[in-house]
Design a protein around this ligand. Sequence first.
Ligand code: MN
Length: 294
Amino acid sequence: MRLATHSGGRLGVVDGEHLTDLTDALEAVLPGRGLSLMRRLITSWPAAVGTLRSLQGPRRTVGELTLDAPVPDPTKIIAAPINYRDHQAEMNQDFQVDGLGVFLKAPTSALGHAGTVRLPYHDRRFDHEAELALVIGRSAQHVPVADALSHVFGYTALLDITMRGGEDRSTRKSFDTFTPMGPWLVTADEFGAPTDVPFELTVNGRTRQRANTRDLIWGVAELVAYTSSVMTLLPGDVISTGTPAGVGPITEGDLVEVTIAGIGRLAVSVSAEGAVASPTRGAHRGPVPPPPPA
Ligand code: MN
């Protein structure tokens, strides 16, 4: 099943070019007012899935709707720093995920499909990082690897937009709009095993990243198990699995697109409107990214 959040918190089931909007029907039956409808639905799963199938709502054309991040209000966006060997090599890093652990991005950095990434500074480099992300389905603490996938509700495409430099990761990756997600969430039963998933990123139609999740250092199960040993995972939390080689700069006017098999295409534009000089001085420190493609 494909579930989308749209039009400022409404929820629908996507079927091809169409979306059945179940907002009004779900509002009446789901507990948890105050949270997004998607979080309420995930929290009530699997009991809610039977209800969901029996509900009816207006049928809309997906292309005519404004899509939000599938989970617009996760309690956490967690991400893996170096989880592909080819990305470790291009960044000349001594350590990978098993030496670094995970990091947090501000939940307020979430952005939906067709949104605009806003670059805050005119004197810093900002990069795209294409990643497969998973959404947690039920609370998880100290989950063994063998049980980890049963805590995954679904999958979505994610862009981990990053300022390069020496500032802390949580600063460099947490600017508003720096975590585009979508275009929707594909439930784990429909998506299948996350272990052989090809994906690609283009900037203005030219391929920059092409990879497969079989090359992850820590796969989804290992990442969920490890993260749950650090912090309690809650329904709707997002864990991004890390980016492969090919990271590169994005600038004003770029169109960035991530296509993941079994999910679809997440596209965002880039704007530097209103950018100011960086107030922090990390520009010439930190990991050195590869030079921009010719
Ligand atoms: Mn990343």
